[in-house]
Design a protein around this ligand. Structure first.
Ligand SMILES: NC(=O)c1ccc[n+]([C@@H]2O[C@H](COP(=O)([O-])OP(=O)(O)OC[C@H]3O[C@@H](n4cnc5c(N)ncnc54)[C@H](O)[C@@H]3O)[C@@H](O)[C@H]2O)c1
Length: 410
């Protein structure tokens, strides 16, 4: 067992190491904060709940989906993510440690939850899941949550690897952005992003659009693994006019439009096939490894928190609501474009107006009074298990945590 004191080393918002005890406490804290399952909603008792597959289960919205599903909807099933094991020079990724902690939480709750570490885009992973479903979960899948954020995808049919980019479409875009210097002092800068060129849009759509989600459904349907009434949701984002040029109207927005169009096609197919549903779930802004990589989003998130404080709805809180809708505990409520909207707290007119006013006033000198920078800074560190209350960072901690062999009764 390797034990060491782990001190954070970072480049901007990216940290090289993760803290296992901190990551565990993040998961335990999310679990404690989740609204508990309402027995009267007809959720099943331990061990007999619906079978779910969560793709992207180790971080951000997928982790929230896994924990909320376990606690709120009584799910069992499979989580898939793509994480790196620890080595002599670096710890494992935070998602590796969070998965170990999530498996323990599931086991303690009496839920059979298996975790696969692999490329969700590969057919071999899809085959593994099909086998697991058959061998361990009675050959029927009730729910699938698709929450992948990835920089690249290899198409199994052609072997072509696509890369997603974060660029505006049409014209270059200048945005304000938030950075922290070596001493942690905030600075507001302007950054220019060149417009998409060549096949940037197609490449981004090929990675972050609906192709792989549809391939999952095709794969499972062809093997007769979808239960009657099967429901599936993929995560989407609309966001503020302040980030629109780079997000919703940018290359990633084209991918989200494709994802939402895929939902509409899948919904028709699933209705006919198993009386099922496919939707996208539009969620609010959250600090994640993926979101903080988008220019302007760190500033936006800090200001949003400055405006909303604790009224920001956590990913776990939003996903608890999504599970209620997917399991029928509450009615599935869609907007005019067939999307579940869990982002209203972010996009309400008064909130957006208040954030926009602060955005325009934001300079290096004024930012501390406009944004909740302490919260944002801590949230970024918590993505890696640092800055988590109650964790003793001076203590040596074991870093070679094994991948979970999480099985109830095995
Ligand atoms: N963060 C936000 O503000 C926000 C808001 C609304 C919607 N969303 C959407 O939620 C989804 C997830 O984003 P996030 O911010 O939670 O991301 P994240 O970076 O926190 O998590 C991404 C997850 O995908 C997994 N993953 C990456 N590549 C994979 C691969 N090839 N195979 C298997 N798993 C892989 C990672 O292991 C991780 O579990 C995205 O569709 C995103 O657009 C995010």
């Amino acid at each position: 067992m390797t034990e060491s004191v782990i001190t954070p080393r970072n480049r901007g918002f990216l940290f090289l190491d993760a803290h296992p005890a901190g990551c565990r406490e993040v998961v335990d804290g999310m679990w404690r904060d989740l609204p508990s399952r309402d027995e009267e909603n007809g959720a099943a008792s331990a061990g007999e709940g619906p079978v779910a597959l969560v793709i992207g289960s180790s971080a951000g919205y997928g982790l929230a989906a896994t924990l909320a599903g376990l606690k709120r909807a009584g799910i069992r099933g499979i989580g898939i993510c793509f994480e790196r094991e620890g080595g002599p020079r670096r710890t494992a990724t935070a998602g590796w440690y969070r998965t170990a902690a999530t498996a323990d939480v599931a086991r303690a709750a009496g839920r059979d939850m298996a975790f696969l570490n692999g490329d969700a885009f590969a057919d071999t992973t899809k085959q593994q899941v099909a086998e697991l479903l058959r061998e361990r979960f009675g050959g029927r899948l009730d729910h699938l949550i698709y929450s992948v954020a990835a920089p690249r995808r290899t198409d199994p049919d052609t072997g072509t690897t696509y890369a997603s980019v974060l660029k505006p479409v049409g014209a270059a875009h200048r945005t304000k952005t938030l950075v922290f210097d070596r001493d942690g002092a905030p600075e507001i800068r302007e950054v220019d992003t060149a417009p998409a060129e060549g096949d940037d849009v197609e490449q981004t759509v090929a990675v972050m659009g609906g192709a792989d989600w549809e391939r999952w459904i095709d794969h499972l349907a062809a093997r007769d693994l979808l239960a009657d009434g099967f429901t599936t949701a993929a995560l989407s984002y609309i966001g503020s006019p302040l980030t629109a040029a780079l997000y919703r109207q940018g290359t990633i927005g084209a991918a989200k439009a494709h994802l939402e169009a895929t939902a509409r096609t899948l919904d028709e197919r699933l209705t006919k096939l198993v009386g099922g549903r496919a939707v996208t779930s539009v969620n609010g802004a959250a600090v994640t490894q993926s979101s903080t990589a988008i220019p302007g989003v760190a500033l936006y998130l800090g200001l949003l928190r400055g405006v909303l404080g604790d009224a920001m709805v956590s990913p776990a809180g939003q996903l608890a609501e999504l599970w209620d809708q997917l399991t029928g505990a509450t009615p599935l409520t869609l907007d005019g474009e067939g999307r579940v909207r869990l982002d209203r707290w972010e996009l309400s007119e008064d909130v957006q107006q208040a954030v926009a006013e602060r955005w325009h006033k934001a300079t290096t000198e004024t930012i501390a009074g406009l944004a909740d920078l302490d919260w944002f800074h801590d949230e970024v560190r918590r993505l890696y298990g640092f800055a988590v209350p109650g964790v003793d960072y001076a203590a040596a901690t074991a870093t070679d945590i094994p991948w979970p062999r999480s099985a109830v009764g095995r």
